[in-house]
Design a protein around this ligand. Structure first.
Ligand SMILES: Cc1ncc(COP(=O)(O)O)c(C=O)c1O
Length: 262
């Protein structure tokens, strides 16, 4: 959807894997800040104007790493801004099946609000099953679907048939909804245990948002903290956490860490 050398708008912070993929494809990630209601529409419009980008990669639901959910009033703005820029939105709906038991109804994929073929929706089974079950799903409509279909013909040669059969059997079995319910309850309990322990033992750390989906907390460290030393000393104590810096396409505004509870 974007030729080598082209800019691609990405949320900031975002999943480092996305930044790596963009850079490996020769694209230039351009950051657009996210707050607890998701990407900020006025900054998105500005970034499209300034960069001339024709692609925006967005995680509207339980964004990695912030856990933000794109708010109902911003959803139409994002679609309108992309449409006006003549751009596509890749909706990375990576964690919809890791919703917590206390979440309530989820917003539908952004793609369901898009009659024009602006949004390309992607999701996968890995997060709710196993990292080795590398089965993903892409939904698009209109001309973009035709472009992607041409590429997919090649890609599909490499998805092993037994893996596809196993995935189909799994999601079609009565055990699948039971599994998702178990995961949802477990995630809620682990999230509460982690958030509770942080509040009790490390009250100086700020947790801007405790999400009801996904598997991590995004934690702001006090200003001036050396993020790398913090992460290294945690590791020495047997606690694995991710430094915040790789989640930022450009200079981070503050030190952060991402704590996983799976
Ligand atoms: C935001 C986001 N998108 C995509 C992925 C990749 O998902 P998969 O394991 O299905 O390749 C991840 C993995 O952590 C992620 O955090």
């Amino acid at each position: 959807l974007a030729p080598p050398g082209a800019p691609v708008l990405v949320e900031s912070p975002t999943y480092p894997g996305m930044l790596a993929i963009a850079r490996a494809a020769g694209l230039r990630p351009v950051p657009v800040p996210v707050d607890r209601d998701g990407v900020r529409p006025e900054l998105l419009a500005q970034a499209f104007r300034a960069s001339g980008a024709r692609l925006f990669v967005c995680q509207p639901l339980f964004q990695n790493p912030t856990g933000a959910v794109l708010s109902a009033d911003r959803r139409p703005d994002v679609l309108r801004i992309a449409r006006e820029a003549g751009a596509f939105v890749v909706e990375d709906d990576f964690v919809r099946r890791l919703v917590h038991a206390d979440a309530g109804p989820l917003p539908r994929p952004l793609a369901t609000d898009d009659p024009d073929g602006v949004v390309v929706h992607v999701c996968s089974l890995t997060k709710a099953t196993s990292p080795s079950l590398r089965i993903g799903c892409l939904a698009a409509r209109g001309p973009v679907l035709e472009r992607l279909r041409a590429i997919q013909v090649v890609d599909h040669l490499f998805v092993p048939r037994p893996l596809q059969e196993a995935a189909l059997e799994l999601v079609g079995s009565p055990a699948w909804p039971r599994h998702l319910r178990t995961v949802a309850g477990e995630l809620r309990d682990r999230r509460d245990a982690l958030a509770g322990a942080l509040a009790l033992r490390l009250p100086e750390l700020a947790v801007p948002h405790v999400p009801v989906g996904g598997y991590h907390l995004w934690v702001r460290l006090p200003d001036g903290t050396d993020e790398r030393r913090f992460v290294a000393s945690a590791l020495r104590e047997g606690v694995a956490l991710a430094p915040g810096r790789p989640y930022f396409p450009a200079e981070p505004p503050a030190p952060y860490v991402r704590l996983s509870f799976v």
